[in-house]
Design a protein around this ligand. Structure first.
Ligand code: A2H
Length: 252
């Protein structure tokens, strides 16, 4: 049972170029702009996006939101969104088509507020189809899960069926903490001797430390709110993204 609803920020990552396996979507959206929508709890870190993750065995849908926009996310998320005013008709999804996560890999998308403005969709083992939108934007500087996954992909691109070029962006410093400096997640992954995204237990611990450290002791290094504490900047970055039409509030 859900006691405290989670207030996510839905980040709209516009498709710039579909992967060959997803190319057919283009002709089925009636000229709409299509966005992969990532649910995040750390909007203040969006400057450091280096890619985006999907689960390769998760089913996604392309959902019409209105006449001009369509979102890629799980059916479950689209249904929640429809009850939050994001669909042509309240409470009703309008699915244009279905697509496997694997087919989305290699799609080039925009990363709103990202210092690297265009990034690729990549595979992550631990994406849950039952949380958020099923799409996770990746910030390896501040998310141990993201850093560990990107490191796996760089070590074995053939195994993960990706091009090495798709993981070419290094972690981008976003905020500074007294204990871990400007790359909190890489430091923690090293300190806790995390070898890969499969080390879920240590990753949960690293995630907890990174979150607390960032929230209570972090200071922004980049962006509109550079110099503010993370605690101050978090709602401001979120509001700014929403105001610019690059994100929306999403609860579940
Ligand atoms: B966070 P909570 Cl920089 N499956 O965003 C797996 N993970 C998911 C997900 C899904 N379906 N949907 C969202 N997430 C991730 C940024 C970030 C995040 C940073 C640091 C920590 C962090 C960039 N990735 O999360 O279980 C998303 O990653 C750790 C709290 O609902 C989202 O925020 O609490 C977070 O997990 C939501 O996790």
């Amino acid at each position: 049972p859900c006691v405290n609803p989670q207030e996510y920020t839905g980040v709209k990552m516009e498709v710039v170029e579909w992967s060959p396996a997803a190319k057919a979507i283009e002709s089925k959206v009636n000229g709409r702009k299509v966005f992969l929508v990532a649910a995040t709890l750390r909007p203040e870190t969006m400057y450091g996006q280096t890619n985006c993750f999907v689960g390769t065995s998760i089913k996604y849908g392309v959902f019409a939101i209105n006449d001009t926009e369509a979102f890629v996310c799980t059916y479950r998320a689209a249904r929640n969104m429809a009850f939050q005013g994001l669909s042509p008709e309240r409470g009703q999804t309008q699915q244009l088509l279905e697509i496997d996560g694997a087919a989305l890999v290699g799609t080039k998308i925009k990363a709103p507020f990202g210092l690297a403005p265009e990034v690729f969709v990549l595979p992550m083992d631990n994406v849950l189809g039952t949380k958020g939108t099923g799409v996770v934007t990746s910030v390896p500087s501040d998310s141990p899960d993201d850093f560990a996954t990107v490191s796996d992909l760089r070590k074995k691109p053939e195994f993960y069926k990706i091009e090495r070029e798709w993981v070419s962006i290094d972690p981008i410093p976003v905020l500074m903490t007294p204990t871990y400096g400007e790359l909190t997640a890489p430091r923690l992954v090293e300190k806790l001797k995390i070898q890969s995204q499969k080390d879920v237990k240590q990753l949960a611990e690293a995630k907890e430390i990174a979150y607390k450290e960032g929230f209570y002791s972090g200071v922004m290094l980049v962006g509109e709110f550079k110099g503010l504490t993370v605690q101050e900047a978090k709602p401001k970055v979120r509001a700014s993204m929403i105001e610019q039409g690059l994100a929306f509030a999403y609860a579940e």
